[in-house]
Ligand binder design. Structure first.
Ligand code: SAH
Ligand code: SF4
Ligand code: F3S
Length: 383
């Protein structure tokens, strides 16, 4: 039996796919790199924007068409019973969203819409204890937390991936020891909110660990548990690694201890991904992001003052409801001041079930979103 896996979406999905591959290899499947040769196509899905979701449906439909209307090309896979049909398994955020809906309506609807999909398999069914089949040779992807509890008003991730849960530090460090033994020189620590990592099983009896689960900090408009991310990062940085990176950080969890840890270890990547989403305070409030433009810029300034060679990348949402020209100019202003190396520019797409989709009309025309996209792309990415 042969399987093919298609991965859409973010680096967390890429990391999940390395586990999903191992799951199917362990079942005796062999991987092929053309879906037309496979008996099983696993689609690891992303639903962050409508366009991402549509790409998933497009692939399902393409496979279904191939199954229904077998061209002459398929003759080599003729067996005694006739033409083999490719089965489809959907995993990732679409499967997560459907399986997490307690009413069961979403899953039932998807099954009705896509009878050709044999299973909507949530990633939780595939254990993280499984040894991943790593795609890259130098860089090891290490998920340190799953899910997200932030509920930025536009975002589907908390619904698709559930509340934020961190992996035990001991387990993460063991996984990193294994990859180092296997010759990896770089690791990327992954979480939707990577710097709010909280070790569920404290490894050290340090005073910091005692603060866990009891001590809150208020930072940039959010009341947060004191994260142990800097402790984990320091343990990783002490190991024999050339580069340690982490994504995605949120401003409100960027603690002074974290800044100090990065400054102390030169093998921690100096390119920090710090999404700000919007530069206008009113828009930020409607996004439930907590901070103001000034607070974000002050944080960038503070990090720069302590890590001289630091560079920044970011994510921006363009055309969130209420983003008038003045609000957009605040985003431009923030970009000019922060001087990002790269920005990932996302046109706002309302996601069913999120607060912003319920409360606000998607009022900015597509053409205007495109214009603003070009302005920011010219400013940041085309230098
Ligand atoms: N957890 C990460 C990444 C979230 S998804 C973070 O918080 O940074 C990646 C990016 O997709 C987000 O940073 C945001 O810019 C974008 N995004 C999320 N929901 C969106 C939506 N409904 N419309 C447009 N872009 C969206
Ligand atoms: Fe979405 Fe916000 Fe969580 Fe990122 S931090 S995954 S944008 S809810
Ligand atoms: Fe997409 Fe899920 Fe990542 S919706 S961006 S694959 S967390």
């Amino acid at each position: 039996m042969k399987f093919f896996i298609k991965t859409f979406g973010c680096i967390q999905n890429t990391a999940d796919s390395e586990r999903i591959k191992a799951f199917y290899w362990n079942k005796g499947y062999k991987e092929v790199d053309n879906w037309r040769e496979a008996d099983l196509v696993v689609i690891n899905t992303c639903i962050i924007r409508e366009s991402a979701e549509n790409r998933v449906y497009g692939l399902i439909n393409e496979i279904d068409k191939w199954n229904r209307n077998p061209p002459a090309l398929r003759a080599p896979s003729l067996d005694k019973e006739g033409l083999k049909k490719i089965s489809i398994v959907v995993t990732g955020c679409l499967a997560g969203l459907a399986n997490k809906d307690k009413t069961g309506k979403k899953l039932a609807q998807l099954k009705r819409d896509f009878p050709e999909v044999s299973e909507f398999l949530p990633i939780e069914k595939i254990s993280y204890k499984i040894d991943p089949i790593r795609d890259k040779k130098d860089l090891a992807l290490i998920p340190i937390s799953f899910g997200c509890s932030n509920f930025c008003s536009y975002c589907i991730v908390p619904f698709a991936r559930g509340p934020e849960i961190s992996r035990p530090m001991e387990e993460i460090l063991k996984e990193i020891d294994v990859v180092i033994k296997n010759g990896f020189k770089e690791v990327l620590l992954i979480g939707q909110n990577v710097n709010s990592y909280l070790n569920p099983k404290p490894l050290f009896n340090s005073p910091l660990d005692e603060r866990e689960n009891t001590n809150y900090v208020v930072h940039m408009g959010k009341k947060r548990l004191h994260s142990s991310f800097h402790i984990l990062l320091e343990e990783v940085a002490k190991k024999d690694l050339q580069k340690i990176s982490f994504v995605s950080s949120n401003p409100w969890d960027f603690s002074d201890e974290l800044i100090a840890t990065i400054a102390k270890y030169p093998n921690i990547d100096r390119l920090l991904h710090l999404p700000f989403q919007a530069g206008d305070d009113e828009v930020l409030k409607k996004m439930n992001r907590g901070y103001t433009q000034k607070e974000y810029l002050d944080l960038v300034k503070k990090i720069r003052s302590q890590i001289s060679d630091v560079r920044f990348s970011t994510d921006i949402i363009i055309g969130f409801p209420g983003e008038d020209e003045k609000a957009f100019q605040n985003t431009v202003k923030l970009c000019k001041k922060a001087k990002f190396e790269i920005a990932y520019l996302n046109k706002y797409s309302p996601r069913k079930g999120t607060v912003s989709a319920k409360l606000y009309k998607d009022e900015i025309p597509q053409s205007e979103k495109k214009r603003r996209w070009n302005v920011l792309n010219d400013l940041i990415n085309k230098k």
